[in-house]
Design a protein. Structure first.
Ligand code: AMP
Length: 153
């Protein structure tokens, strides 16, 4: 494993983010690397917005659902001590936008969760699988257990 300089953490706001976040934070500390965080909006309607649009975190949109998504990212990033310029809220398909953000921001390691799917769920694919296949940089898939703690540090 080389020395990582920029680690991108992908959070989906599930109860599992804490385990993934702690791993990313530990790696950032070990390698003295910059730590960025991304959440991809794929669960609320965003009319007239092209995929890949980066949503500013510091402007009130007047759209309650979007403000709730922003607040969650800000809260996680604050708790983890991620600097403001390294927080990304993007509209689109999660695996595509995670890979695109890693390339754009020159991240050399993506950290995300993996549920270890079986059977049909495995055939349908997962964000972790897609990112592993599509990313140009290293990817760490943190195996998630059902009983994870939700704390980020
Ligand atoms: P999944 O394959 O959907 O179970 O998600 C596995 C991991 O991919 C999650 O633990 C997150 O690290 C990441 N992920 C999934 N959806 C998103 C999203 N909308 N935004 C950012 N990361 C995500």
């Amino acid at each position: 494993m080389g020395d990582y300089q920029h680690i991108l953490l992908a959070v989906d706001y599930s109860g599992h983010d804490g385990a993934v976040a702690r791993k990313a934070k530990a790696l950032a500390r070990k390698y003295q690397a910059r730590l960025s965080i991304i959440h991809v909006l794929d669960n609320i309607p965003m009319p007239d917005m092209p995929y890949g649009a980066v949503i500013p975190l510091d402007q009130d949109s007047g759209y309650d659902l979007l403000e709730a998504e922003k607040s969650q990212l800000i809260q996680i990033a604050d708790e983890m001590g991620v600097e403001h310029a390294s927080r990304w809220l993007v509209w689109g398909v999660p695996h595509q936008e995670i890979v695109a953000a890693a390339e754009r921001e020159k991240a050399d390691l993506i950290v995300l969760g993996s549920h270890g799917r079986h059977g049909l769920a495995l055939l349908l694919g997962s964000t972790a699988n897609s990112v592993l296949h599509e990313a140009n940089c290293d990817v760490m898939a943190v195996r998630l257990q059902d009983s994870e703690s939700k704390h980020f540090i």
